[in-house]
Write a protein that binds this ligand. Structure first.
Ligand SMILES: Cc1ncc(C[n+]2csc(CCOP(=O)(O)OP(=O)(O)O)c2C)c(N)n1
Length: 330
């Protein structure tokens, strides 16, 4: 897929640097989680997005703070890209009371209403109708806000996905459906689960405006999301983005998994050569937008933040069992 020259792409430099720094923050935090996870101190199942960072960074960089996102089990990336506090992520994974759901939700339930991360659920497609409900309330209250739901290619196998798409169109709701198509549902490839018609073509058949983008290209994702969000804000209804991407690590956990046999080492290594963070960094450098010095500063700052978040999570206190029945603030 051809990538645009960043110098002449018409997107502000600041936005391009934001796309990069958000991807880098997601990558570094998840690498830290992968490093710490085997110590058995984080006790929640953890689904990492390493390799898929461009989708969350691209979409969330096209949103305002008041716009809302609704996530699935693989929710770290969008939580971070929407502006969620990484200290609260680490604390949540450690089950501590300083976590974003006071240590009660774990990795699959990152929530922070202050930055518009309204909900995350491990029930496949579970947050799709909820995002539509939120969009319906914005429309009724005439609030210029957009609801975005992120889900994987397996979520479209749930009936509620097509019910939601249908009503979002009928009611012209300000909602953006983002399908992170990594070609896998746990260990089962797409070709064994769905008809050989591209997902966006099937959704288009409903009358939905769709975009199919290279989910490894943060700029392509950003541009598709920016256009969809602008349409929704103008009252022109929902849109759907299919972002094709690739998960490097096992479905759940911090390891590579080619030994399981459902994909080859070569396939994973090929995807790693097309790393969304590295390729964007090279494009920024080629366009003269990010100098070597700036890159080093950014990397150092992000590494420090990640170390601080990991320390904070580990050193925070566990919740008091007596607080169990008290409501969380979220
Ligand atoms: C309703 C429901 N059915 C089955 C599962 C078990 N399950 C958990 S993750 C997963 C695969 C998810 O694949 P996808 O939605 O494409 O997202 P990805 O994990 O690839 O990011 C399945 C089948 C579930 N959580 N919820």
């Amino acid at each position: 897929m051809s990538e645009k020259d960043l110098k002449d792409c018409g997107v502000a430099r600041e936005t391009l640097v934001t796309l990069y720094s958000r991807m880098l923050l997601i990558r570094r935090l998840e690498e830290k989680i992968a490093e710490l996870y085997p110590r058995q101190e984080m006790r929640c199942p953890t689904h990492l997005s390493i390799g898929q960072e461009a989708v969350a960074a691209g979409v969330c960089s096209a949103l305002e703070k008041d716009d809302t996102v609704f996530l699935n089990h693989r929710c770290h990336a969008a939580y971070i890209a929407k502006g969620g506090d990484i200290r609260k992520v680490m604390a949540e994974l450690y089950g501590k009371k300083t976590g974003c759901t006071k240590g009660r939700g774990g990795s699959m339930h990152l929530v922070d209403p202050d930055v518009g991360v309204i909900g995350a659920s491990a029930i496949l497609a579970g947050t799709i109708p909820i995002a539509c409900g939120a969009a319906m309330s914005y429309k009724r209250k005439k609030i210029k806000r957009v609801a975005v739901c992120f889900f994987g290619d397996a979520a479209i196998e749930e009936g509620t996905f097509f019910e939601s798409v249908n009503l979002a169109l009928v009611w012209q709701l300000p909602v953006l459906f983002v399908c992170e198509n990594n070609g896998l549902s746990t260990c089962t490839p797409l070709a064994k689960r769905q008809v050989p018609v591209p997902i966006h073509e099937r959704v288009k058949a409903f009358g939905m405006p769709v975009a199919a983008v290279d989910g490894n290209d943060a700029l392509a994702v950003y541009e598709a999301a920016r256009d969809a969000v602008a349409r929704a804000r103008k009252g022109k209804g929902p849109s759907f983005i299919e972002a094709s991407t690739y998960r490097w690590l096992e479905h759940v956990g911090p390891n590579f998994d080619w030994s399981l046999g459902y994909r080859s080492k070569e396939e994973v290594e090929d995807a790693m050569r097309r790393c969304p963070v590295k390729t964007f960094e090279e494009r920024l450098a080629a366009a003269g937008i990010l100098t070597g010095g700036q890159k080093t500063m950014l990397r150092d700052e992000i590494s420090e933040r990640v170390e601080d978040a990991a320390r904070f999570g580990k050193e925070s206190a566990f919740p008091d069992p007596h607080e169990l029945l008290e409501a969380t603030d979220g």
